[in-house]
Design a binder for this molecule. Structure first.
Ligand code: B12
Ligand code: SF4
Length: 389
């Protein structure tokens, strides 16, 4: 069988496996990307989640010697929640980004790629293959771009004409030669909607993201969230997606053909308060299969506390006080102090004074002081409102 026929058979197999898009690219080094990545690093824009070795990241042959082709795939994911549960006073909810809905996409895409691998090995029994989804050395986006899956948007996402950027990407490097596809020629044109909408200015230039300021990244950090970002998360517990939501290519796109990605509304939009007291075991049971659980419980709980503070949910005060007084993790105590400062009231203020006497962590102390100051400001404001009335 010739390379063209192998490619055709793989395309047919992809259809059978319910893969939304498949593209083929050469495995030559990504030389242009390498220069970009160097600049990206120099500017301090990396997240730290990327493969650190730039050689490995841009040369597929560092992963698979004699690599000749890369087979890239994309799977579309849903964007709409049917019957979303209400988020209301006393029962506020947070939200996981759409890229975390349903079963962890790493597993789903790897299964699809394994299916393609089986077919390729049937056709070329001594073929060598290496499968990657997100955590591999290569830039999945650069591969998808080269393979004609989609084009690179100003929000840095790969945008497909059919599914917008609501797609996951994955690839398989092989030493089998397969005729490459052509990259797409489409582009964003004059549109700047994502750059204008990003609440933190993380999209520093078209196609260039400062990850350190990206809310999608910041929801995944384990330390204290810098104060300037706390009011900008908008209820997100994991990930962020405004730069995708505003994109005209994503408008009204909602693809539900993969059952694995169907969201459980109560899981992807959970009540905030119960998250605060969740054990590790409960967390794993409830969220362990989602992509959004990979950083563990702490960032999700921290973000839930921030959301409760932002909503000024008075019914959360007892739970927040419990954390402030008892939680062994300074990040959780410090964030709880911040939330109590935002919510205010005598119960919160008294608790803050109480813990001030015994707190030994410096960072938490700073948050307590600031929260007490905030309570004082609110007290004065309430008093003023009362007098004016
Ligand atoms: C690190 C990482 C992050 C970081 C940094 C993201 C970033 N933009 O760099 C953080 C945590 C912020 C993140 C967030 C998200 N991520 Co992410 N992430 C990755 C990861 C592991 C590496 C990306 C990387 O190397 N970034 C560094 C930049 C420089 O490289 P790059 O983005 O691959 O480079 C492309 C473009 O940025 C552009 N480019 C790079 N530099 C320059 C410079 C100029 C001047 C120009 C014009 C262009 C340009 O060219 C490259 C080829 O297209 C990939 C998986 C992988 N192995 O590739 C997933 C991946 C990119 N993430 C993905 C997803 C889904 C997300 C989120 C949507 C999740 C969410 N809802 O929160 C957000 C989107 C935020 C955004 N606008 O990028 C998908 C993207 C799918 C798609 N359609 O594009 C990937 C491919 C995972 C996957 N296998 O599906 N992610
Ligand atoms: S919002 Fe506009 S500029 Fe941004 S990625 Fe979409 S089309 Fe491109």
């Amino acid at each position: 069988m010739g390379p063209g026929d192998i490619k055709k058979t793989l395309q047919e197999e992809a259809k059978r496996l319910n893969i939304d898009k498949i593209g083929f690219a050469s495995a030559d080094p990504f030389t242009e990307l390498k220069e970009r990545l160097k600049d990206h690093r120099k500017a301090g824009y990396e997240s730290g989640f990327e493969e650190p070795d730039l050689e490995k990241r841009t040369d597929p042959r560092k992963t698979l010697p004699n690599a000749r082709s890369i087979i890239a795939i994309a799977l579309a994911y849903p964007t709409r929640l049917e019957n979303p549960p209400d988020s209301k006073p006393g029962a506020y909810r947070g939200v996981f980004c759409r890229a975390s809905w349903g079963e962890d996409y790493h597993r789903v895409l790897k299964r699809k790629l394994e299916g393609l691998k089986v077919k390729l090995l049937e056709l070329v029994p001594d073929a060598k293959v290496e499968i990657m989804v997100d955590t591999g050395a290569l830039s999945d986006r650069a591969v998808a771009e080269r393979a004609g899956i989609g084009w690179s948007g100003k929000n840095t996402s790969i945008i497909t004409p059919e599914f917008g950027s609501w797609v996951y990407l994955g690839e398989m490097i092989t030493d089998v030669y397969l005729p490459p596809d052509q990259p797409l020629t489409q582009s964003c044109g004059e549109c700047t909607a994502c750059l204008d909408a990003c609440p933190t200015g993380a999209l520093v230039a078209p196609g260039q993201l400062n990850s350190q300021a990206c809310l999608a990244y910041l929801t995944q950090t384990k330390g204290m969230l810098a104060e300037e970002y706390r009011n900008k998360l908008g209820g997100y517990l994991y990930g962020y997606e405004t730069c995708q939501a505003v994109c005209p290519y994503n408008r009204k796109k909602n693809f539900t053909q993969h059952e694995e990605f169907h969201p459980d509304p109560d899981q992807v939009k959970p009540l905030l308060k119960p998250l605060l007291r969740m054990s590790n075991r409960e967390f794993r049971q409830r969220f362990g299969k989602m992509a959004g659980s990979w950083r563990g419980k702490k960032p999700i709980q921290r973000n839930a506390i921030i959301a409760l503070g932002r909503y000024r949910d008075r019914t959360a005060v007892p739970d927040l006080i419990h954390l402030l007084e008892n939680d062994p993790r300074p990040v959780i105590r410090g964030t709880a102090a911040w939330a109590l400062g935002r919510i205010g009231g005598s119960e919160a203020e008294e608790a803050l004074y109480r813990v001030k006497e015994k707190e030994s962590n410096e960072q938490v102390m700073v948050e307590i002081e600031k929260a007490l100051h905030e309570c004082g400001i609110q007290e004065t404001a309430n008093h003023r409102t009362y007098r004016e009335a």
